[in-house]
Design a protein around this ligand. Structure first.
Ligand SMILES: CC(C)(COP(=O)(O)OP(=O)(O)OC[C@H]1O[C@@H](n2cnc3c(N)ncnc32)[C@H](O)[C@@H]1OP(=O)(O)O)[C@@H](O)C(=O)NCCC(=O)NCCS
Length: 336
């Protein structure tokens, strides 16, 4: 019987810091509005010409994770890459990582479950390891949002929230079922697909040549749309449910949580969950203040920084949870 265990974590964020005040120079917004509603003070946005892409940022995070895991790239049996912002419409960035890192021709899977992407990716990797099929799996979450945001006042409800960055983890086989990833729990509710959505370009909606042919500046379909309040209300319910589901599946009470790392969607959502589960500030890790919402990258970025800060110790019960576009949501319960 096997479990999977995280033995290496890595991250990469672009150098370019964009503060709330910087945004107020390009759109009608202000630091007070953004801070009060989201907790975000600044985010990283890739600078044009820097060479950073979703794939290259993922590669940098992966290199750090591999080094910290103390393994070689040749030990990696499989790659899972979660993103909603791939460099190319197809193929996805998993294969770019395989090539850039010079990993042998192992399988590379792309996961596109938006803010829940990293939990979905971990679940896939964990289950490949639990079945005995693979031993070491590289899991990456990376996003380059900034090129695709509407950075005018029209898009301010969305663009102030999202940031760029990447995180990565190495999962390895652990004998027995007491340590490492104990379980993952995944959900979806497609009836709300259009409440947090990027509609175009899409084969079922409007493809690139339709958009170019129309040349219509009022067309918002190729910018992300979010029904913020509806997303907020659903997020707080689903986060709570899926954390409880994970705890109950392992016979744990909420008092067992040593560290909760919620997807960094909004500081108010994280604080709501913290209060609901009766956790102290030391038991919840947030870094949305520095990075904004980096979607599939947010959990590995936060997990890496929590680990770097010495906030996660061997034997701790670590809970990861996410909610986002789809709607999709999930949790992961770890005995570290
Ligand atoms: C997006 C969010 C911060 C908006 O906060 P809100 O309190 O719901 O604000 P509203 O959308 O109702 O907008 C309130 C007003 O602020 C304005 N506004 C929107 N964005 C603004 C900005 N960046 N700066 C200033 N004003 C802004 C709106 O136009 C609106 O003005 P009006 O009242 O004159 O119409 C909030 O809904 C939220 O956090 N939702 C969850 C988002 C999330 O977690 N997404 C990721 C999920 S994975």
């Amino acid at each position: 019987m096997y479990n999977s265990k995280i033995i290496g974590l890595g991250k990469y964020v672009p150098d370019n810091v964009v503060t709330n005040d910087d945004l107020s120079k390009i759109m009608d917004t202000n630091d007070e509005w953004i801070t009060e509603r989201t907790g975000i003070k600044e985010r990283r946005w890739v600078k044009e010409g820097s060479g950073d892409t979703t794939a290259t940022m993922g590669v940098k995070a992966a290199k750090m994770a591999i080094e910290r895991a103390g393994i070689s790239k040749d030990d990696i049996d499989f790659i899972v890459f979660a993103t909603l912002s791939p460099d190319m419409y197809f193929p996805g960035p998993g294969v770019q990582v395989q090539h850039a890192l010079g990993i042998k021709t192992v399988g590379a899977l792309d996961v596109r479950n938006q803010c829940s992407g990293f939990i979905y990716a971990l679940s896939v990797a964990d289950n490949f390891i639990k079945t005995g099929m693979y031993k070491n799996i590289l899991v990456i979450g990376s996003e380059l949002h900034s090129h695709g945001l509407d950075k005018t006042t029209r898009g301010r409800g969305v663009s102030v929230i999202f940031g760029d960055g990447a995180g990565a983890a190495i999962l390895t086989r652990e004998e027995g079922n007491k340590k490492g990833i104990l379980s993952t729990h995944l959900h979806s509710q497609g009836e709300h697909a259009e409440e947090l959505v990027l509609k175009a370009p899409g084969m079922g909606t409007r493809w690139v040549n339709d958009i170019l042919a129309d040349n219509n500046e009022d067309d918002e379909s190729y910018f992300p749309y979010m029904n913020g309040q509806f997303v907020f209300k659903n997020a707080v319910v689903r986060f709570s449910e899926v954390i409880m589901e994970g705890l109950m599946a392992n016979g744990l009470q909420k008092e067992a949580i040593d560290m909760l790392i919620p997807h960094q969607a909004n500081l108010r959502i994280a604080q709501f969950i913290q209060n609901k589960f009766g956790l102290t500030n030391d038991q919840v890790f947030n870094n949305i203040q520095k990075y904004g919402n980096t979607t599939a990258a947010s959990i590995p970025l936060a997990l890496t920084e929590a680990w770097e800060a010495g906030k996660i110790k061997e034997g701790d019960t670590v809970v990861l949870a996410a909610f986002g576009s789809g709607f999709t949501w999930g949790s992961c319960i770890i005995n570290w």
